[in-house]
Design a protein around this ligand. Structure first.
Ligand code: DX5
Ligand code: ZN
Length: 213
């Protein structure tokens, strides 16, 4: 059974002065998830937002909150992000020496647990967690910023995970995706697509429609 494609627009590229309004526009246009990029200025060179923004946004939409933690030692904050409204929590294997505990913390709260690898990190770094997590997030850019170019070589990682885990496993890809390259990512095996700059621009509705499959 082919998994339904899910679009998870990244709010990193949205206008934070009217964030709820922009999110509602993406939701009404058909996006099913909302990708929320949390950065600590330490694991990645950029800083964004955290629990207070998620807590506020939670009141305005029922979208699945796909929280991407680009923070060091994520085990310190998983519970707080879930309290703020996260439905899925993704942490980076490069950011913790307690991946098993992170997965258990998320699943013990009934939320979707995902592990992520950066472009330079081999799949072998997370293979032993494939049967524990609910999803794998394959980064197709170096984490930290929106608007970067898709790194084509990650398609091999996506294909490997799809081959290994079968058609009913969630594989999310994140970074540099637009209407011109989304089909390569889907054909490689990704079924959940993150898009920031390709969605939050002056035509949110048209952009969402151009990416839905
Ligand atoms: C980068 C973030 C991505 C990014 C995607 O560190 O994890 O989610 O916001 O933005 P685009 O789609 O513009 O590359
Ligand atoms: Zn992200």
């Amino acid at each position: 059974m082919e998994k339904e494609m899910i679009l998870s627009p990244s709010i990193l590229s949205a206008d934070f002065g009217i964030l709820a309004e922009q999110v509602k526009r993406a939701e009404n246009a058909g996006a099913q998830w909302l990708h929320i990029d949390v950065m600590d200025g330490h694991f990645v060179p950029n800083m964004t937002f955290a629990m207070p923004v998620i807590k506020s946004l939670r009141k305005y939409t029922d979208m699945f909150f796909d929280v991407h933690l680009m923070i060091d030692k994520p085990e310190r904050y998983i519970d707080e992000f879930i309290n703020a409204g996260a439905d899925g929590v993704t942490f980076h294997i490069e950011a913790t020496d307690k991946p098993k505990e992170c997965i258990e913390m998320i699943q013990n709260r009934g939320k979707k647990a995902a592990i992520s690898i950066n472009p330079k990190t081999p799949v072998s770094a997370i293979e032993k967690y494939f049967d524990k997590v609910d999803m794998v997030l394959v980064m197709s850019v170096e984490p930290g910023y929106g608007g970067q170019k898709y790194i084509e070589s990650v398609n091999e990682k996506i294909a490997y995970i799809r081959e290994k885990m079968g058609s009913d496993f969630d594989i999310e890809v994140d970074g540099g995706i637009n209407a011109n390259n989304i089909d390569n990512a889907i054909n490689a095996g990704a079924n959940i697509i993150v898009a920031g700059t390709a969605v939050f621009n002056d035509d949110i509705e048209g952009s969402v429609r151009s990416l839905m499959r």
